[in-house]
Design a protein around this ligand. Structure first.
Ligand code: F6P
Length: 520
């Protein structure tokens, strides 16, 4: 059993430090007093340069937070995950998305029995999946690929395909349908022909209501439009090959229960990415993530970027009381990154009980939200600069552009820099409060050299591991998601009530709305 953050000797020490004045740390003074601040709080990790210096902490605080991580057994918890221990204890499962990017034959100290066999199977499945991806890429008759999946079976591939658009094969259009709202599927079906379309039904469980409804409608549409050969035009990406077969889908690519839905883009769920960028590109994505895994696994905690980010997250949430983190990718192709990170952080760490199932006495996951810069600057950045709440910002910028248009990239990067600078330095306007910028507002700056499969892989693995770090300190299981279940059950019940009109036993509001929806 590991200690929760609040059970450690260092927790009250951090609280005292915060109360004694760290809550009023002034970044401008901190830089003036410490010429080595940028050097200390920035680092190059695999594919990602990070500047954490414009955050509301100092070296002693970071030192105590690192001590806190040690007291919580972070390194042992990390090693247990990599080794395949059942760290998802509420479901009795290992958590091995890192195995999906481990090179063939690589053994780690402490590997649980069976890991070598699993790794061999990972590579057999990967080879088959990538061979299929290449076959689809070479098939000129297939012009459209429609991924039907939701949550982790949509957000990861959708985000990555868009992010890597510069690497996408010409002649292939990729569509993503997630919502049970028929407008979405209908909109895509209107634009494709059965003989030119490959449908990928992506669902770990193959029971998710939205995906099953969309898959059935796509199969019906395919038949009605004269489609022939379901085996050629439909493939299932799932751990539940039997259920896919029951739906009549026999082309399948499998994965395993030790791959969490929101950690699954590295598995068969990544097939749309492989079709878009090719087998070699997909292997680079895996290699980038593996490089970050190795950094997380082996770098000393004090020089370990996922650890430093995760500790900062705990510091902000539990001491400063900040309720959210704003994500601003300064690259239009990273437009789906905030949505992807929302699931990663909030489905993983949006938990209110500890390992023993008892309510925790402190806050856990922040709200994640955001939009690409510079768009966000003309929408909600006003509040970041002058609102009453302090909302830490995370900027993700890319040094080299993948387009030839002159001037744009410098303008974009200058804006990213300017926002972080303005948040910190502020602007005094003693005579006019409306024009006053208080400054001292925190931001983290992540910089990639270029947006490539490898750097995207590293960036995503970095975010996965920082969520793991804060989850460990909070003593929660970051790998289950019981909170999504109740709504699913109630939706099934209400669907039949919408048909029958039966409102017996419902609360007044639900009964009233049900009647309105039935046109009553
Ligand atoms: O919403 C809950 C959830 O289970 C997510 O964790 C998951 O990514 C998503 O539904 C989709 O699940 P599946 O891949 O099994 O269809």
């Amino acid at each position: 059993m590991f200690l929760r953050c609040d059970q450690t000797p260092l927790w009250p020490v951090l609280q005292e430090l915060f109360d004694a004045g760290l809550h009023s740390l002034d970044l401008r003074q901190a830089f003036a007093q410490d010429s080595g601040r940028f050097g200390h709080f920035s680092q190059q990790a695999p594919h990602v340069f990070a500047d954490l210096s414009k955050n509301l902490w100092d070296r002693p605080t970071e030192g105590l937070l690192l001590g806190l991580a040690q007291e919580c057994g972070l390194a042992a918890q990390r090693d247990a995950m990599f080794a395949g221990e059942p760290v998802n204890h509420t479901e009795g499962r290992a958590v091995l998305h890192t195995l999906l990017r481990r090179p063939q034959g690589m053994a780690l100290p402490g590997d649980t029995p069976g890991i070598a066999r699993n790794l061999a199977e990972v590579h057999r499945t990967l080879d088959a999946m990538l061979q299929y991806a290449e076959q689809v890429r070479g098939d000129a008759a297939i012009t459209d690929v429609v991924n039907i999946g939701i949550g982790g079976s949509d957000l990861g591939p959708h985000m990555a395909v868009r992010a890597l658009d510069a690497f996408r094969a010409a002649g292939k259009r990729l569509h993503f349908v997630s919502n049970v709202d028929g407008h979405e599927l209908h909109g895509v079906l209107r634009s494709v022909r059965p003989e030119n379309t490959l449908f990928l039904i992506a669902s770990k469980t193959f029971t998710t209501a939205e995906t099953m409804a969309n898959a059935r409608s796509a199969l019906v549409w395919f038949g009605a439009e004269g489609g022939r050969d379901v085996a050629r035009h439909f493939a299932a990406l799932t751990t539940n090959v039997e259920a896919a077969g029951a739906l009549g889908i026999t082309t399948t690519f499998g994965f395993w229960d030790w791959v969490g839905g929101r950690y699954s883009l590295w598995s068969a769920i990544g097939l749309p990415i492989a079709i878009a960028i090719g087998a070699a590109g997909f292997r680079e994505l895996l290699a980038g993530a593996h490089a970050m895994d190795e950094h997380f696994r082996t770098a000393p905690l004090a020089a370990n970027l996922p650890v430093r980010l995760g500790l900062l997250d705990v510091w902000y949430r539990n001491f400063h009381g900040f309720t959210s983190r704003c994500i601003a990718p300064y690259h239009a192709s990273l437009g789906r990154l905030p949505a992807y990170l929302q699931q990663l952080e909030m489905e993983s760490n949006g938990k209110r009980v500890g390992a023993d199932g008892q309510a925790l006495p402190y806050a856990t996951s922040p709200v994640l939200w955001g939009e690409p810069g510079t768009n966000g600057q003309h929408a909600f950045f006003q509040m970041l600069h002058q609102g009453t709440d302090v909302l830490p910002l995370e900027i993700i910028a890319v040094r080299q552009a993948a387009h030839p248009l002159p001037g744009h990239q410098d303008k974009l990067l200058a804006n990213a820099l300017a926002q972080a600078q303005a948040l910190m330095v502020g602007k005094a306007s003693p005579e006019d409060g409306h024009r006053h910028f208080p400054g001292n507002r925190p931001s983290t700056f992540l910089l990639l050299e270029a947006l490539t499969p490898a750097s995207l892989g590293a960036l995503i693995a970095l975010q996965e591991h920082r969520v793991f770090v804060s989850g460990c300190l909070w003593g929660i299981n970051s790998f289950d998601q019981w909170g999504v279940e109740l709504g699913k059950v109630l939706a099934r019940d209400l669907e039949s009530r919408l048909a029958s009109g039966d409102a017996a036993g419902l609360d007044g509001s639900t009964a009233g709305l049900l009647a309105r929806m039935r046109g009553g």
